[in-house]
Design a protein around this ligand. Structure first.
Ligand code: SF4
Length: 389
């Protein structure tokens, strides 16, 4: 057994451990165990500095999870967009391929907690129909291995999957969505990176949320991947008490760049059942981005997005930089709140006026007739229903 596998085995996971280590009431611990089990491996456990700190919040079960009346089991409607088991096909040329239900740690904010940890719901037995789907759909050029965490598979099993994907000519990019570099960096072994580098282009999207997660161990893990030619990006989730202020986010993003990990996305927290206590306001997110852009390198700034409820996909959100636009000019503010005017030019094709926009929020997913983008301002917001799903 490899070290990382032993560390998974040594995780805090039982009701007794939750009661003893974190002082949870036994009945609450039992209910939480039933709702979404705990798994806190010794490496991540050691990152906790004090009760309730940003590391604790991400991994220690909390009774607030049980009182959540607002969240949804599957806020992104991944299951409805699943043509065959283990595949979610939402975007034209990309597909999500769920390869395991297991993770190196179970994050309390997980969007997929309806499936994670349950091998019946993400079953290895169904991989063949997923491969067949990917082979038949020639429009798919980018496959994202996810789960659970694909790096919970053994090297042999992971290589079998990647090797098979590499036999499909239209699949150009293979991405691995893995939190292991952050939560169990011991998983990134010389053997693993030697295997991965045979199948380039391989991308890894990892998931750091707080600067304390950047340790000598996680730094080494990311560097091993990058040194093997893997492009490593980071996705963070904005969470109350974890990273919902500009200073923390700034430190995280700068440290990520230093370990050669490109900040890729910052997500607003999904409306997931049992995780809505992590949600912050959109204003908080926009203020953080406004305080960062211009103040630190653009390389460090992630796309700030909402993964649209109901399966609409990732939609970028920007602070209001454009103050006015007409036929001749655009009026904008910069990162210092100074105002500038940029004169527009007329183009024979005038593409800007003809970009079709599907207004798609009438009932989270219903579409309205295409409009050109200048018509957006004419839409009466009262006609839209804001309720979800
Ligand atoms: S590693 Fe990812 S899939 Fe697993 S529990 Fe954490 S967020 Fe969910």
């Amino acid at each position: 057994m490899e070290l990382w596998q032993q560390m998974v085995r040594d995780s805090v996971h039982s009701v007794d451990q939750l009661v003893d280590k974190f002082g949870l009431d036994r009945k609450v611990a039992e209910d939480l165990d039933e709702f979404f089990q705990a798994r806190i491996n010794p490496y991540y456990l050691n990152l906790i500095r004090y009760p309730g700190d940003p590391i604790w919040l991400q991994c220690v079960p909390d009774k607030q999870e049980l009182n959540d009346l607002d969240g949804f089991e599957d806020p992104l409607k991944e299951d409805e967009m699943s043509p065959v088991p283990n595949i979610t096909h939402r975007y034209p040329d990309r597909a999500l391929f769920l390869t395991t239900s297991q993770c190196g740690m179970y994050c309390r904010f997980c969007t997929r907690k309806r499936k994670v940890g349950d091998s019946e719901k993400i079953s290895m037995k169904q991989l063949e129909s997923a491969f067949k789907y990917l082979e038949a759909h020639t429009e798919i050029r980018d496959v994202i291995l996810s789960g659970g965490d694909p790096l919970m598979l053994t090297d042999v099993m992971l290589e079998k999957i990647i090797k098979r994907l590499r036999t499909i000519p239209h699949i150009e990019i293979i991405r691995i969505g893995s939190k292991m570099p952050c939560v169990l960096p011991q998983r990134i072994t010389p053997k693993l990176v030697e295997m991965l580098k045979k199948y380039h282009p391989i991308y890894v999207n990892t998931h750091f949320n707080h600067p304390w997660e950047i340790t000598p161990e996680s730094t080494k893990a990311c560097e091993m991947l990058v040194n093997a030619g893997v492009v490593v990006g980071n996705q963070s989730v904005l969470m109350k008490g974890v990273n919902d202020n500009a200073e923390v986010m700034r430190e995280l993003l700068i440290k990520l760049l230093k370990i050669r990990v490109k900040p890729y996305y910052l997500f607003m927290a999904d409306e997931t059942k049992g995780a809505t206590h992590f949600r912050t306001s959109i204003d908080t997110g926009m203020e953080i981005i406004y305080k960062l852009r211009g103040h630190i390198s653009g390389l460090a700034i992630p796309h700030f997005v909402i993964d649209a409820p109901g399966g609409g996909g990732k939609i970028p959100i920007l602070p209001q930089y454009v103050l006015h636009r007409d036929e001749d000019r655009i009026v904008m503010r910069n990162y210092k709140n100074e105002v500038f005017v940029y004169r527009d030019v007329k183009e024979s094709k005038d593409l800007g006026n003809k970009i079709p926009v599907e207004i798609s929020d009438k009932k989270n997913g219903d579409t309205k007739s295409p409009k050109n983008f200048k018509d957006i301002t004419e839409i009466k917001m009262t006609e839209f229903i804001s309720s979800n799903n």
